[in-house]
Design a protein around this ligand. Structure first.
Ligand code: G3H
Length: 490
């Protein structure tokens, strides 16, 4: 068990003796009262007082752009970041273990998440050197020479998601820091403890007040921080409802930049010319990796009527071969779902589909034993059902038969989301005819491949309600800075 009794504010690890929140793992363990979610630790429930202190520290460290950090040379900032990544790497084993216990991600995937994050930081440092080389001197008028540079924006409130509490959170936090901003970082509810071993690394690598970590229960601190009007950037990964509420709390929206990665309901489209075996294996990866708890997951599959039966049979067979197990077991594909209320919600979605004429077509689909929810293929799904509209964020695969390709295109046009799509076909002509309609509706079209974010150096964004701004290396450095000019009349 890890009991966190400290928090990082203004360059100090301060003692916490206030209220704490208990952290229960999604992994069930036998107790005298039967199987129970295991208590793995506690962390501080911060209040407005500490949040405001952290804000004051971040403001002071920024000092209207005159602080040590925003004025430090790029080389200086890079050195600090290199020190951070070195110190972070020393904590690899403990962070990976906490990640596994806190969110139930397999040990292999938790390790991947950590390593991917270290690579992301290194790539960010390289990209920054690149951006620096691009900052140029040029003549903007006769006798006037301008020097461009990328400048920070101010104080960033950074909030990450439970499904990638380290990696995806750091896709905002790292570029925000390295561009010279100062930070308030609130870790996600599921995925707080794993940041504890990194607090000293933050403290020792950056000047005081650059990184301040705030805690809270529900929404008790972040809306208040936004209401001060002193947050310059909201970097948020999670639901669009929370993002919109936070934005609305800010009194001067024109002074707030938002960098957001939000909801998605990505479709896979399997045409009658698809290689069905390939489509099935990619759809399984896309829909069920980390139990479907990914914004980039395939969350519904359109399959051409003529091949639907064969596709469904293959899909059911492939699911029956998946290996449920404890996250530390080698080779597991299905681990306990993270949020305690999720199995009941998924059951509700399945029941709604059944009430409207669909069936669970794979053996054991939708059954819930201990902390496992066995993936369900629900067929035929239509627009009346919750599973057609709602982002299930879990191991349920709605399958929709279609006759005309206009049907999935219309789905995408009507959808409030626009993150990714996967198209499966072996007909080159058909593929090229589908790229244009979809590439103008979503931010990434995958051909004969699952939906996914990576590699992390790729720009990552979405259209409509799925995102605001673009993340990942080069674009993220731009998202957390502004290009400013110094123009000199010679
Ligand atoms: O949850 C959303 C993440 O961006 C998914 O990332 O595609 O690498 O799993 P991923």
């Amino acid at each position: 068990e890890v009991h966190q009794r400290e928090y990082l504010s203004n360059g100090e690890l301060k003692k916490w003796d206030g209220e704490v929140s208990e952290v229960y793992s999604p992994i069930m363990m036998p107790t005298t009262e039967g199987l129970k979610r295991k208590l793995i630790g506690t962390y501080p429930i911060g209040t407005e007082k500490e949040a405001n202190e952290a804000l004051e520290a971040a403001l002071a460290a920024y000092n209207n752009g005159r602080g040590e950090w925003p004025t430090m040379s790029l080389d200086g900032r890079i050195k600090c970041m290199e020190q951070f990544v070195y110190k972070m790497s020393e904590q690899r084993d403990v962070v990976v273990k906490l990640l596994m216990w806190e969110i139930g991600k397999s040990l292999a995937d938790s390790t991947k998440e950590f390593d991917r994050t270290v690579e992301y930081i290194t790539a960010t440092i390289d990209a920054l050197k690149d951006i620096d080389r691009q900052s140029s001197r040029f003549e903007i008028a006769e006798g006037v020479v301008a020097q461009s540079r990328r400048s920070p924006l101010g104080v960033v409130l950074c909030m990450g998601p439970f499904n990638y509490p380290l990696n995806e959170t750091f896709t905002t936090l790292i570029p925000a820091i390295i561009m010279g901003n100062t930070l308030l970082f609130k870790p996600p509810k599921h995925g707080t403890l794993l940041h504890y071993p990194l607090l000293a690394a933050f403290r020792d690598s950056f000047p005081k007040g650059v990184v301040n970590v705030v805690y809270g229960r529900g929404a008790n601190v972040t809306p208040g921080l936004m209401r001060t009007g002193k947050i310059n950037v909201l970097a948020f990964i999670g639901s669009s409802k929370v993002a919109n509420d936070l934005k609305k709390s800010h009194p001067k929206l024109n002074r707030l930049r938002a960098v957001l990665s939000l909801d998605a309901k990505n479709a896979a489209i399997v045409t009658k010319h698809a290689d069905l075996k390939l489509a099935v294996s990619e759809c399984i990866l896309g829909a069920l990796s980390f139990n479907g708890q990914r914004c980039t997951a395939i969350k519904l599959i359109f399959v051409h009527k003529e091949v639907a039966d064969e596709f469904n049979t293959l899909l059911g067979e492939a699911i029956s071969k998946l290996q449920p197990g404890m996250p530390w077991t080698k080779g597991v594909n299905l681990t306990p779902v993270t949020e305690p209320g999720k199995p009941a919600y998924l059951k509700e979605c399945i029941d709604d589909a059944i009430a409207n004429g669909a069936k669970v077509i794979n053996e054991h689909g939708g059954t819930n034993a201990e902390s496992f929810f066995f993936p369900a293929v629900v067929y035929p799904v239509n627009e009346k059902m919750k599973l057609y509209r709602e982002e299930q964020f879990g191991p349920v695969i709605p399958v929709i038969p279609f006759e005309s390709i206009e049907e999935p295109i219309q789905y995408q046009i009507d959808s409030p989301h626009g993150m990714q799509v996967s198209i499966f076909s072996t007909d080159a002509k058909e593929i090229s005819s589908l790229i244009d309609p979809f590439v103008n509706l979503v931010s990434r079209v995958n051909i004969n491949a699952q939906c996914q974010r990576g590699p992390d150096v790729f720009p990552f964004t979405g259209r409509k309600d799925s995102a605001e701004g673009t993340l990942s290396v080069h674009d993220a450095l731009r998202a957390f800075s502004i290009r400013s000019l110094v123009a000199t009349k010679l």
